[in-house]
Design a protein around this ligand. Structure first.
Ligand SMILES: Cc1ncc(COP(=O)(O)O)c(C=O)c1O
Length: 386
């Protein structure tokens, strides 16, 4: 491949820009703590995982073998016997949510989907795409779904097949919906477990919750029917990707035979990125359980350090239990733009990812926020938080 000097220069400048900015995403939950250099040699191959990795495919350059092992790992992590599960490596958390909502809609064609107003923005798009009747439920001040409002809506809708879109870590506040409470409340409405669906959006926290000392209910054993996780968030990947896992007997109901690839097809995309399976496989093979626990602990330590420093300056900073998302009043635009902070209405957050592995990396940002927000930042406290 030949490029002009000008184009080469453009690429090199972009590489320098990436190097300079790779650790600046404090508002977004992407880990930069990864090294996949061992996989560079695969860049010469067009690796494509179209179809179902459980089947033989006519397309030879696939990484199904690796994808299978990744799915075994996640089945174990999310506590479902591997043979009872089915899932695949997606393009990201959004595709996993789309797949799961599609599955739920196929299983419960007259169901209404319920999700909190703190849910990731892409879910509005998903319900429109799938044309599912949907209700947005209020959120509590810490970001959890408002359980009373949820039950009230299901009851008023006389909905016998509710589809619950639960958050295991909301985007803005890292809040975790209480799966146990939701099931308890729905049972009180007289709806049997087989008649409703619970999807868990665990984009970031799917790789946090299994590694904490006191996890919230987050697994298939806790009553979840499908889970979506982003691969480029806690795990880290140069290409956005994700993992979606569901109950096999449910997925089998929506699968179709495709003669063109001589395989079955349940996935949303046709062609799927085969390199992503190599990234995910390498990540899980090169980390032990205690490695992930150490990473999660480090994220929490950095979050607590940030909270302490902001609180000492009189700034109302907090985090939900089992979350590395530090929430505080939004600073001025100059500050959130300078540090790529994410803001929503009157709050901002910092997500302490594993690459923010020392206080020195956080100090300049914390000092800018303190300088910007003092002294008018004392907000009333909110419930359900650390
Ligand atoms: C809670 C939640 N769900 C879904 C998504 C979308 O995930 P992805 O960007 O991997 O598609 C995000 C992204 O930040 C998120 O925070």
């Amino acid at each position: 491949m030949k490029l002009s000097n000008e184009d080469l220069c453009k690429l090199n400048n972009f590489w320098t820009y990436c190097k300079e900015n790779q650790y600046f995403n404090v508002g977004y939950p992407e880990s930069a703590d990864f090294d996949y250099s061992i996989l560079e040699k695969f860049m010469e191959f067009s690796l494509n995982n179209c179809g179902d990795w459980r089947e033989e495919s006519n397309y030879k350059l696939n990484t199904f073998e690796f994808e299978k092992e990744v799915m075994e790992f996640f089945a174990n992590l999310f506590r479902i016997p591997y043979m009872d599960s089915w899932g695949y490596i997606s393009n990201g958390g959004t595709e996993g949510n789309l797949f799961s909502c599609y599955l739920a809609r196929e299983l419960f064609p007259t169901g209404t989907i319920y999700y909190s107003e703190e849910t990731h923005y892409s879910v509005d798009k998903i319900v429109r795409l799938l044309n599912i009747p949907a209700k947005k439920i209020r959120a509590l001040s810490n970001g959890e779904i408002d359980y009373k409002h949820l039950v009230e809506n299901i009851r008023n809708d006389k909905q016998n097949n509710p589809i619950i879109f639960a958050n295991i870590g909301t985007t803005m506040r890292g809040a975790i919906d209480n799966i146990e409470r939701i099931q308890h409340d729905i049972a009180l409405l007289g709806i049997e477990r087989k008649d409703y669906y619970i999807h868990a959006d665990a984009a970031l926290s799917g790789m946090i919750m299994p590694y904490v000392d006191e996890p919230h209910p987050f697994s298939f054993e806790d009553g979840i029917d499908s889970i979506s996780v982003s691969g480029h968030k806690m795990i880290g990947s140069p290409i956005p990707c994700g993992v979606v896992l569901a109950k096999r007997h449910m997925v089998d109901k929506v699968s179709v035979e495709v003669d063109y690839i001589s395989s079955r097809d349940q996935t949303i995309s046709g062609s799927r990125n085969g390199h992503n399976a190599l990234f995910m496989w390498t990540a899980i093979k090169s980390h032990s359980t205690s490695d992930w626990q150490r990473k999660v602990r480090l994220c929490f330590e950095m979050a607590d350090y940030t909270i302490d420093r902001l609180q000492q300056a009189g700034i109302r900073a907090w985090r939900n239990k089992n979350s590395n998302t530090v929430v505080f009043p939004s600073p001025s635009e100059a500050v959130w733009r300078k540090h790529s902070l994410a803001t929503s209405r009157d709050v901002a957050h910092i997500i302490t990812m594993p690459h923010l592995d020392c206080r020195e990396k956080l100090n300049p940002l914390i000092e800018d926020i303190i300088y910007d927000l003092q002294p008018e930042s004392r907000l009333p406290s909110v419930s359900g938080q650390n």
